[in-house]
Design a protein around this ligand. Sequence first.
Ligand SMILES: Nc1ncnc2c1ncn2[C@@H]1O[C@H](COP(=O)(O)OP(=O)(O)O)[C@@H](O)[C@H]1O
Ligand SMILES: [Mg+2]
Length: 289
Amino acid sequence: MDINPRIDQAKGLREAMMRNTEIVVFSSGKGGVGKSVVATNFSLELVKMGKKVLLLDADIGLANVEIMLGVVPTYSVIDLIKGERSLEEITLKTEYGLELLSGGNGVAEAVDMTKEMREYILGELSKISFKNDYVVIDTGAGISKNVVDFLQFADRVYVILTMEPTSITDAYTLIKVMKLHSITSRIYLILNRVENVAEGRKILDRLRIAIKRFLDVNIDGCYFIREDKMIPKSIKDQQPLALTKNRSLALLSIDKIVSDLLTGDRGVVSKKGSLPERLLRFLGIIRKG
Ligand SMILES: Nc1ncnc2c1ncn2[C@@H]1O[C@H](COP(=O)(O)OP(=O)(O)O)[C@@H](O)[C@H]1O
Ligand SMILES: [Mg+2]
């Protein structure tokens, strides 16, 4: 495979600097907590607000965003990694205005990405980031190197968890790993599938305090999303809630996250420096931390 991420990045990087593209990552310690469904609806709601959004399904080989969207991409990130297609070619422009980079489907396609491959994807992504207001990344679960690299790249990370004890401890571990890697993205907690709001609030408060006390990490915001039967139905129908007229409880919770993003701390200078700086640091071209 002929991969050279350093070629021809300068132009895109300069433009990314001017547009102030924000990289938003959805992650979780444990799988099956709602990352894909939340990332998909979140992205569609941003598009409705007139934003240009690129959604990367980075759960390579297990991609399910496209299934939720009911679209059939011809190519995926795997074609990019193999060097067979360019990023432009693998970008699916959906009829909803959202652009999608598929992670590919099928066990045979599930690849263990090397550092070189990750550098290549992130490099290519940086080149086109400037065309978007937001690049939203739906990662796989856990704390593999793949996920950590995306987290390192993020302006903001939404850590999704449910009320299940293992999901809570795994979310804590994920944030601990971010701390160990000196990741300074803004971090938000999203407690999903909440049935009892008072109980949900209590869990979020306690978790936030524990994260501050034991890890000395500040959580920039906490959200919860209600348990909602319309979500499994929307997945079955391949019709995301954001595309239907139904105002579901879960979608209302997602709207709150989106409106905070749009009205809240946007415009505050990222703690991490510009996207180009981050890429160069990631590639080891500049060292300053
Ligand atoms: N708020 C919710 N209410 C009801 N079901 C939900 C909710 N969020 C997620 N689910 C269910 O959880 C399952 C896993 O969601 P998914 O987004 O695929 O998780 P992940 O991407 O974290 O593996 C989905 O099939 C969906 O039906
Ligand atoms: Mg998923």
